[in-house]
Design a protein around this ligand. Structure first.
Ligand code: ADP
Length: 500
């Protein structure tokens, strides 16, 4: 194994875990890849290798799916009482809380995000998701129906787990995405094969240990590490998988849909976005400045719902651009484990080059820089400065495409005509989220109705709760994560009619 360089600021428990020999979780056991292959995991703050994890390929996928199949067809998980299933999920939430800071350190080391943010956002929200879904296990019910078919019948529906679920997640919120995926599937009584993102596998592997500790029956949750083509593709195409849930790019989402056609497994997708934030002239300006800056810069812009198109009424355009630019310039960009860090590095060299490439393409097409720019000034690591672009036009790549980095395009709009600004805001292949900044009740409601997006925030952005459904219109996805609605992704409805 290559040298392992762990930041001296992490606790000894985290350092020991990172340096340990990592194993996947298949059929209740911690195992290496069948081939024995591993791949390196990098620290994005330094570009150095942190550790190595198993590289799953088809054979490992087959083993994990077979384990999940057995656990579904014969094992205790779908058969145990709803209350007992809920208790195990609740235990996982308690264990996450107990190890809150350790998980925050792992997220910071592996993804680059500030430790201070991960400990108050990523980890508590993940724990909350397990607790919320623990509550749902006992509330999944069917209905009765007064049917009019001639005769005397008793008709009702049963809500049954869909079966073996494959789940593929991205690297932007490694632990939270795992929680969003596995908690509802397990609450529904499904068994799961979760493939972690190759860039950020550490917190998911540690989560598997917590499941083991919480008493998860073998095979009910399997966690594998590997690449998209080597592990994700065979998982998505697997005939013994009944359902696939994917979060990631729209491009890969389309591949998942194709891969699912073999056995017509059910598909849910949470994909990209290019979310508008619209600031009206009556908005509380300071609040809107802080809020729209955080809409794009939170998590380094690596959020599918990042407010990356900032539409500002012309009367306040200069003031808001200046304000957001000040916020951008004041953000302390430093390694996530540095206590002063407000923005860490991007997750990978590939992502760094992609984001810098977008900033450069915007400049080449005639955009201006109000803050930030393509040069980070930090010697090593994948750091990008929070960047504000003006002078764009709707055809530019920076306005149309998802950048997935801390880059916002500020665009003025000239009147209060709601239809015109709605048309511009909706001019995107995506429809994940949007925010509206106004104190005018009529504008708030009308714009919320007119936006073609799965989430609309008014005078806020990036507010999430386990109870609130989240997902996209248009090419931002199929189905919803979280809330009661996500359970629909993992349940079949059976209608039973009894002649009396
Ligand atoms: P990003 O571009 O943000 O890395 P991706 O959509 O490429 O997002 O990746 C999200 C997840 O999808 C990762 O776990 C990745 O390994 C997986 N993935 C990538 N390509 C494929 C594929 N062809 N089939 C299945 N999963 C894939």
């Amino acid at each position: 194994m290559a040298t392992i360089a762990i930041d001296p600021r992490v606790s000894s428990g985290t350092a020991d875990f990172v340096a340990s020999s990592h194993k996947m979780f298949i059929d209740g056991r911690f195992v290496a890849a069948a081939s024995g292959k591993t791949f390196p995991v990098y620290n994005p703050a330094t570009g150095e290798v942190l550790t190595h994890v198993p590289e799953a390929e088809s054979e490992d996928v087959n083993r994990a799916v077979a384990a999940a199949r057995r656990a579904f067809d014969e094992g205790p998980w779908p058969r145990m009482s709803a209350s007992e299933r809920g208790r195990i999920l609740w235990r996982v939430s308690e264990l996450l809380e107990k190890h809150n800071d350790e998980f925050a350190e792992l997220e910071s080391l592996d993804n680059g995000k500030p430790f201070s943010v991960a400990r108050i956002a990523d980890v508590p929200l993940a724990a909350d998701m397990f607790r919320y879904m623990a509550g749902w296990t006992t509330k999944i019910t069917g209905r009765t129906f007064p049917i009019s078919f001639p005769g005397d019948f008793h008709s009702y529906t049963l809500r049954e787990p869909i079966g073996v679920v494959a789940q593929i997640i991205p690297w932007n919120f490694p632990l939270l995405m795992a929680a969003w995926k596995v908690a509802p599937a397990l609450a529904a009584g499904c068994t799961v094969v979760l493939k972690l993102a190759e860039q950020t596998p550490l917190s998911g592997l540690r989560l598997a240990q917590l499941f083991d500790e919480a008493g998860m029956p073998p095979g009910a949750l399997n966690v594998i590490t590997g690449f998209g083509e080597g592990a994700g593709a065979p998982l998505a195409a697997h005939d013994d998988v009944d359902k696939i849930a994917f979060t990631g790019s729209t491009e890969v989402g389309k591949l998942i849909v194709k891969a699912a056609t073999g056995n017509l497994k059910k598909v849910s997708l949470e994909l990209g976005g290019k979310s508008p934030a619209i600031v009206f002239p009556d908005a509380r300006i300071d609040h809107a400045i802080q809020g729209t800056a955080s809409a794009i810069f939170f998590n380094h812009g690596q959020c599918c719902c990042a407010g990356s198109r900032l539409y500002i009424h012309e009367k306040i355009f200069d003031q808001v651009v200046e304000g957001v630019s000040h916020v951008a310039e004041d953000i302390k960009v430093a390694p996530g484990l540095d206590p002063s860090s407000q923005m860490g590095p991007l997750v990978s060299d590939e992502q760094y080059k992609k984001v810098v490439g977008y900033i450069e393409s915007g400049l080449a097409e005639g955009a201006h820089i109000a803050a930030g720019g393509p040069v980070s000034g930090v010697e090593r690591g994948y750091f990008v400065r929070p960047t504000v672009l003006t002078g764009t036009n709707p055809k530019m790549k920076v306005v149309q495409e998802e950048i997935f980095g801390p880059v916002v395009c500020a665009v003025p709009f000239s009147d209060k005509e709601l239809d015109a600004i709605l048309k511009r805001a909706n001019d995107s292949i995506y429809g994940l989220a949007a925010s509206v900044w106004t104190d005018n009740l009529t504008i708030a409601h009308k714009v919320s109705r007119g936006l073609r997006a799965g989430t609309v925030w008014v005078n806020c952005h990036n507010v999430f709760d386990a109870a609130l459904p989240f997902g996209g219109y248009k090419q931002s996805g199929w189905g919803r994560e979280m809330g009661e609605e996500v359970l629909n992704n993992y349940l079949e409805t059976k209608a039973v009619t009894i002649a009396l």
